[in-house]
Ligand binder design. Structure first.
Ligand code: CU
Length: 159
């Protein structure tokens, strides 16, 4: 019984990444929240994730909170002339039946006035709350890693 349900769970795993972290509401799945380890004197840290909306209605990410920083903002990167600049955005739409990707050089969560740097080291996790207009708050654990995860990385099979 236990064995067969474990097998079923394994078969149902979407992309068999060994450390795929997913956080779900009825309609939203927030997957693989991560942050790149930065030097200890870095003034700000960014966090990334992908939000999948499997519902019929759009939602909106309104704000984020974390205990590791006094301020957490939603940012986007935009071209200004020849320069890539980032700027704060008030909220970000999550399309119905679509994905919203937070990634380097795109939308990101910017953490300012860092309070607890002990959790910002390779291999650590820190909590982040995503506040959605409809889905409400979703709590995720952001994995800090030295190397950014590769986009479209190879499947990791049983070890
Ligand atoms: Cu930023």
């Amino acid at each position: 019984m236990l064995k067969s349900s474990l097998l079923l769970a394994a078969l149902l795993l979407p992309f068999c990444a060994a450390n795929a972290d997913e956080y779900k509401t009825d309609d939203l799945i927030v997957s693989n929240p991560w942050s790149q380890e930065l030097p200890p004197n870095a003034p700000t840290v960014a966090a990334y994730f992908v939000i999948h909306n499997k519902g019929k209605y759009p939602d909106r990410l309104l704000s984020v909170d974390t205990p590791v920083a006094a301020k957490a903002e939603l940012h986007e990167h935009v071209m200004q002339g020849d320069l890539m600049k980032m700027q704060r955005v008030p909220s970000v739409a999550v399309p119905a039946g679509g994905d919203l990707t937070f990634a380097p050089m795109a939308y990101h969560v910017m953490l300012l006035d860092l309070k607890d740097r002990s959790l910002l080291r390779d291999g650590q996790h820190f909590p982040l709350t995503l506040n959605f207009e409809k889905a409400g708050p979703v709590n995720v654990e952001v994995l800090v890693q030295k190397q950014p995860p590769m986009a479209g990385h190879e499947h990791m099979h049983a070890q």
